[in-house]
Structure formats: C-alpha cells, structure tokens
Design a protein around this ligand. Structure first.
Ligand SMILES: [Zn+2]
Length: 87
C-alpha cells in the first residue's frame, strides 16, 4: 500500500464540537468510521461529499520525476455525522 495517500486531517466532532486529528487514507474506503477522542461518539466521515481533483503534481526538490496523485478537495477541518445505529 502506498503511504503517499495518507494525510493527517483535522476532524470536528458533530456532537461535542472538539477537534482532533486523524490519519486518513484517501485511496481507501471513502466512508470512514471513527470514534470521537473526547466524547466517544461513533462518527462517520463521508469523503464522497467532497469533490475530487484529477491529479496533484508533487514536486520534490532534487527529484526530476514529479508524482501525480488523485486528491480529494478537502476543507481544513472535516465535518462528521453521528453514526446511525440501526441495530
Ligand atoms: Zn465528541
């Protein structure tokens, strides 16, 4: 698994409003389940509601071959929804 797609994002709990960081793999499942670090509420982050850009060109100093990555266009802080418990 490539690690370039993993990004650390700020997450805002929809329940208590606290903000914490989470490592998100943008190449993995678009719907991410997480538990709030503060109030332990089960939360869902749905990346599908955010637009994606085609590719992102990453240029590293001294590296002649730029990398292209598909990227979600994400806000600085991601909103969450409380996970519905049907069972
Ligand atoms: Zn919370």
């Amino acid at each position: 698994m490539p690690t370039e797609t993993e990004i650390r994002k700020k997450i805002r709990c929809c329940k208590c409003g606290n903000i914490f960081t989470l490592l998100i793999d943008t190449a993995g499942e678009p719907v991410i389940s997480v538990r709030c670090l503060y109030c332990a509420t089960p939360l869902v982050i749905d990346l599908r509601k955010y637009p994606t850009s085609e590719t992102e060109v990453m240029r590293v100093a001294g590296d002649e071959s730029p990398k292209t990555l598909p990227v979600y266009v994400l806000p600085e802080i991601l909103d969450t929804e409380e996970k519905s418990t049907d069972s």
